[in-house]
Design a protein. Structure first.
Length: 212
């Protein structure tokens, strides 16, 4: 009988071998690939996100858990594709033009991927036109922008203006974050949401996609 708690624990511990073994065992016992993904891999990563948010886990541990989750997902992908199973949603992420800070955005990307979302990470110093091109190409559910400097945060507003000019704004929800960003600033530039840290960003994305 499939026991998802063991798989959850393996994901939380970042134990690649145990995750692969438990996923294979669950499949061998007749478990549905979608159930393994939701109740085993994603459920484990949701706990990781909460523990990271509360300070119980740190970035290296999150990265290890994400890697382990991906190894399990690789086993499931052919079966999910055959069943027509889609991911939870697509998110384009990037640090805005002029800003090369990387860590905060990376953490959000790791947690989003671990929770079953497809993440298109554009990296750092992303110009408004590049964000717009990515939205045209990938048609994401969410656009996430980060900035760590007061001198670069204004590029978030510039990016939203470009999206409006190209008729792309209404088709995507936008969340912003980073050290100098506030909820008031997010509202002033026309963003849909703001997150002060990584775990709350993931929770916002979940709610935004569920409500769309």
């Amino acid at each position: 009988m499939v026991t998802y708690s063991i798989l959850n624990e393996a994901v939380m511990e970042g134990n690649v071998e145990a995750v692969e073994s438990q996923v294979s065992r669950a499949l061998g016992e007749g478990a549905d690939a979608r159930g393994i993904l939701a109740n085993g891999l994603i459920a484990g990563m949701e706990v990781v996100g909460k523990r990271f948010g509360s300070g119980e886990m740190f970035l290296p541990e999150v990265m290890a858990s994400t890697e382990a989750m991906h190894k399990g997902l690789n086993i499931l992908k052919p079966l999910l594709a055959k069943a027509g199973q889609k991911g939870r949603g697509t998110i384009v992420m990037g640090t805005v033009e002029g800003d090369i800070h990387n860590i905060g955005r990376k953490i959000v990307c790791f947690l989003l991927e671990g929770n079953g979302f497809e993440v298109i990470d554009l990296g750092v110093d992303v110009k408004p036109d590049v964000f717009a091109q990515a939205i045209e190409e990938h048609n994401p559910d969410i656009l996430g922008m980060s900035a760590l400097l007061t001198t670069t945060m204004l590029s978030m507003g510039s990016t939203i203006d470009v999206l409006k000019e190209r008729g792309l704004r209404d088709g995507v929800k936008i969340i912003v974050g980073g050290a100098p960003i506030t909820e008031e600033f997010a509202k002033s530039i026309g963003a849909d949401g703001y997150a002060p840290e990584a775990s709350s960003a993931v929770e916002w994305v979940k709610r935004a996609i569920t409500s769309s």
